[in-house]
Ligand binder design. Sequence first.
Ligand SMILES: NC(=O)C1=CN([C@@H]2O[C@H](COP(=O)(O)OP(=O)(O)OC[C@H]3O[C@@H](n4cnc5c(N)ncnc54)[C@H](OP(=O)(O)O)[C@@H]3O)[C@@H](O)[C@H]2O)C=CC1
Ligand SMILES: CC(=O)N[C@@H](CCC(=O)OP(=O)(O)O)C(=O)O
Length: 355
Amino acid sequence: MIKVGIVGGTGYTGVELIRLLSRHPQAQVTMLTSRSEAGRRVDDMFPSLRGVTDLTFSDLDEKKLAACDVVFFATPHGVAMKHARFLTENGTKVIDLAADFRLQSLQDFEAWYKLEHACPDILKDAVYGLPEVNRDAIAKAKVIGNPGCYPTTAILGLKPLIDAQNSQQQALIEPWIIIDAKSGVSGAGRQAKMNLLFSETSDSFSAYGVAGHRHAPEITQGIDQILGQSKRFQPHDIRFVPHLVPMIRGMFTTIHVRLTAAGQALDLQSLYETSYQNEYFVDVMPKGMYPDTRSVRGSNYLRIAVQTLENSPMATILVVQDNLVKGAAGQAVQNMNVMFGLAEQTGLALVAVVP
Ligand SMILES: NC(=O)C1=CN([C@@H]2O[C@H](COP(=O)(O)OP(=O)(O)OC[C@H]3O[C@@H](n4cnc5c(N)ncnc54)[C@H](OP(=O)(O)O)[C@@H]3O)[C@@H](O)[C@H]2O)C=CC1
Ligand SMILES: CC(=O)N[C@@H](CCC(=O)OP(=O)(O)O)C(=O)O
């Protein structure tokens, strides 16, 4: 059994980790921290977990956490980096659901997150935890930066096209990409904020981060990583605009690209199907079928559809995921499975909840 610690057990991704790990045959949550609820039974706070766990929230004690094989940080940005050194020196792996270990560029991290990094040396060796892109490196990693929810949809939505540019050694899309994304309100976490009130978010639809969002550099980094050395195909201009929609869970990302002549000659449907045929958690929808967020709710699947138009160079890629599962806790468990040499779907083969 893999002994698991969770820091930040009272938040949305923390409780989602407990839900997923409670049915994992080879992992057991042994410690769950909260500053505000230390001493309280977990199932007292979350009745959904009655009969699932008899754990009590505890204070964050590094020494006790170091007795775990892996610790998930389901905390705000800037928490995991303060504990990563002690834990890794004691042989405990770290999976951070926040952004402390996502951006390889220290400068980008400090500029976008307004935090000084506590361990740039550990950041250098940390691995971006997107298994469909980075599986081999994740298997050897001690510290994982679990991707942001929006970047997961954007990077996996574009990967087949970018890979094809690399293998064909020619540009298939023009050097700009538009990423128009919508998230359910749980994406903002379980915090009391005016703009997250029911009467502010329900029956309304708004854009935010229009002048710039911290996931833009993460998306660019992800695309660059897939591009590898073939920098001449780098899509320099990425326009990412997130929106908040009146639903609790779910994320819908619509990506627009303009195909070059070589790109227009491709059969994108078959490119996407072939590209993801061996990926357990990525479902390419049949031609003419489009995904909706309920088709992934509560599951670790990401569903994609790709649409080209007659007499037009434009192509549209539609991507959905549950922001709390493939966009956060599910992806984190998928990473744990890779790090511990387990089948990737262990404990994660969940069917979406409909309606
Ligand atoms: N929600 C989502 O869809 C996604 C979230 N993420 C990221 O995952 C992380 C967690 O998100 P989410 O669960 O939504 O957040 P929440 O705000 O719902 O929960 C945060 C948790 O962290 C704990 N916490 C807060 N401050 C500290 C601190 N300084 N030290 C230790 N613990 C602390 C809180 O508990 P307490 O105050 O009791 O200690 C709480 O349990 C964030 O970094 C978020 O950006 C990533 C992808 C998607
Ligand atoms: C709806 C909403 O507010 N979503 C969050 C993104 C959640 C997430 O993945 O982001 P981080 O882990 O990078 O914070 C936001 O835009 O700030």
